[in-house]
Design a binder for this molecule. Structure first.
Ligand code: MN
Length: 361
């Protein structure tokens, strides 16, 4: 069954909740290294099932590999008890697996399950791969009971917010249990929306009624905004400032501005900060032991979309010159090399000019 619209899905989901048989365990999971959007969406589904499903079997909310930020929030809000964090506590098999915010099965989830319900806002898995022939981790299609994939939604949290809103109107009977703190879950969903949409920058108009609903449930916009801002650690701030101070004069190649600098650590944060200053290409070197060095580079969005220059490929060339290894993409790449020469910056810029002039032709 392939349902795309969230309201059709909500209709299906309310029927699903009426049908689930007792004592058949359900698992709710998200992607590895779960971000706030994935965690909030999973918590939202958990709340909905606990509210409305006449189900006495166990519903397991499994978020065992959350990122640092989410881990801190879940601990602060004392939500850790609701959630299975250790792989050892995951049951051997589930009747239904509800997976949110990813079209891939996380590698840690190697348990048995009969059916899948998917709620996601990423592109279809098959279109999303760099290598389309690599199907590892793709959800087994034959097990998918129902899926809703809305790539116009800027977050999975807003899809779950809409599901909740729809059910609240549709299901007129009072919720079965009111044990979970709905203002807390609506707050987390609001934070998930803000996080994935970059403060609503990528949102559609349809998000507004969902925000209104969540605020009605107790979410608070200024609080969500405040909690979503993470302070940058001091060592990263210092590296960024030192990186900016140590920049050579800006180099102009065609219309593009290039900056090159050096620090001891956090080179990628330095490069990102330099892009924030307005440079198009940022390079940051750090000296390592035994005359080795590491070079990180980043390109601005506009630069990446305006020519064929590929930072990853450029780094491959530098890695050959400096006897090292490299890796990366069009807009972000790194390499390490040996025999740090005195004029390293000059050599990098010379190579860049050759390469970039070819791409600009
Ligand atoms: Mn997401």
């Amino acid at each position: 069954m392939n349902i795309k619209k969230i309201n059709e899905f909500a209709e299906y989901f309310s029927e699903f909740m009426g049908m689930i048989r007792e004592n058949e365990p359900i698992a709710i999971i998200s992607h590895d290294n779960t971000d706030l959007d994935g965690a909030a969406a999973a918590l939202g589904i958990y709340l909905i099932l606990n509210y409305y499903a006449d189900h006495s079997g166990k519903i397991d909310l499994i978020l065992n590999k959350t990122n640092q930020f989410v881990t801190e929030i879940l601990q602060n809000e004392q939500l850790s008890e609701e959630i299975i964090i250790n792989e050892g506590d995951i049951r051997e098999e589930y009747n239904t697996l509800i997976i949110v915010d990813t079209p891939y099965l996380p590698p840690y989830f190697q348990k048995e399950f009969r059916h899948i319900i998917l709620v996601d806002h990423h592109l279809e898995a098959e279109n999303n791969r760099e290598d389309p022939s690599d199907l590892s981790g793709i959800l087994p299609i034959e097990k998918i009971l129902c899926k809703t994939v809305d790539s116009t939604a800027s977050s999975c949290s807003e899809m779950i917010g809409q599901l909740w809103k729809y059910l609240e109107v549709k299901i007129t009977i009072p919720p079965l249990k009111k044990s979970m703190d709905e203002s807390l879950i609506s707050q987390l969903l609001l934070m998930g929306i803000l996080m994935d949409s970059s403060g609503l920058k990528y949102s559609e108009n349809s998000v507004i009624p969902i925000l209104d609903f969540l605020i009605g449930k107790g979410a608070d916009l200024p609080t969500a905004r405040k909690l979503s801002i993470r302070d940058i650690p001091s060592d990263v701030k210092l590296a960024r400032i030192k990186g900016a101070i140590r920049c050579e004069e800006p180099i102009l190649i065609g219309e593009w501005i290039v900056l090159i600098t050096h620090v001891n650590s956090h080179e990628s944060a330095v490069c990102t900060a330099l892009l924030g200053l307005g440079t198009d290409l940022a390079f940051c070197i750090s000296k390592r032991k035994k005359k080795t060095f590491r070079l990180i580079a980043r390109a601005s969005e506009r630069f990446q979309h305006s020519n064929t220059f590929h930072l990853g490929k450029f780094m491959e060339k530098l890695a050959i010159i400096f006897n090292g290894n490299s890796g990366g993409h069009k807009g972000a790449a790194g390499m390490n090399g040996q025999n740090y020469p005195q004029d390293l910056k000059k050599q990098i810029i010379n190579e860049l000019k050759k390469e970039l002039n070819n791409s600009l032709l």
